[in-house]
Design a binder for this molecule. Structure first.
Ligand SMILES: CC(C)(COP(=O)(O)OP(=O)(O)OC[C@H]1O[C@@H](n2cnc3c(N)ncnc32)[C@H](O)[C@@H]1OP(=O)(O)O)[C@@H](O)C(=O)NCCC(=O)NCCS
Length: 151
């Protein structure tokens, strides 16, 4: 059974970080200092994927989205990110932002699938040959992508 909740579970998020990122965050990095939003996904009660960011007024920023390496390619990343996005919009966000390594093709494809559009490019932002892409999402773009994708 797949269960998705809009919660911050700092310990669980941190436990997956080292499996998913070269520079993993610790649980204290997920402790809220400013308004925040998060989504968590369990498969048969096993913690599997999460999304985390901030929500300040009409602007939200996605900091992290990740899925356990052994459970990728099954739609969990999409489900948990969708829950994060919807929660942001339902709680007053008019625009979501993120920055992603242009070489992270899986993440890029996921973001595009959920309606994100590139707004600018920062050359070598993540190191030589690793440009940063800034992307944004509006409720309208999400709605139209969801309609198109038949979710
Ligand atoms: C990005 C990530 C969260 C995707 O999670 P996932 O559960 O495997 O993704 P999903 O199964 O939900 O895939 C949804 C869509 O994303 C895209 N996608 C996912 N993995 C992909 C890959 N390896 N190559 C190309 N596209 C991919 C596809 O469009 C896919 O839709 P489709 O299956 O209908 O083609 C996962 O790869 C991950 O945890 N990466 C490491 C952490 C990271 O880099 N996070 C992003 C920066 S914060």
């Amino acid at each position: 059974m797949i269960e998705v909740k809009t919660v911050i579970d700092a310990e669980s998020f941190a436990a997956l970080e080292s499996r998913c990122f070269d520079q993993p965050w610790t649980a204290s990095d997920f402790k809220p200092r400013i308004p925040y939003v998060g989504a968590a996904l369990w498969v048969d009660q096993v913690f599997t994927a999460y999304a985390y960011g901030t929500l300040i007024g009409e602007e939200a920023e996605l900091f992290r989205v990740a899925c356990h390496p052994d459970r990728r390619g099954k739609g969990h990343g999409l489900r948990v990110l969708l829950a994060f996005q919807v929660d942001c919009f339902e709680n007053g966000a008019r625009r979501l932002f993120l920055e992603v390594d242009a070489n992270n093709l899986a993440a890029l494809a996921l973001y595009r699938k959920l309606g994100w559009q590139q707004t600018s490019r920062r050359k070598d932002y993540f190191g030589l040959g690793n440009d940063g892409l800034n992307m944004a999402l509006t409720p309208e773009a999400l709605r139209s992508e969801l309609k198109r994708g038949g979710y």
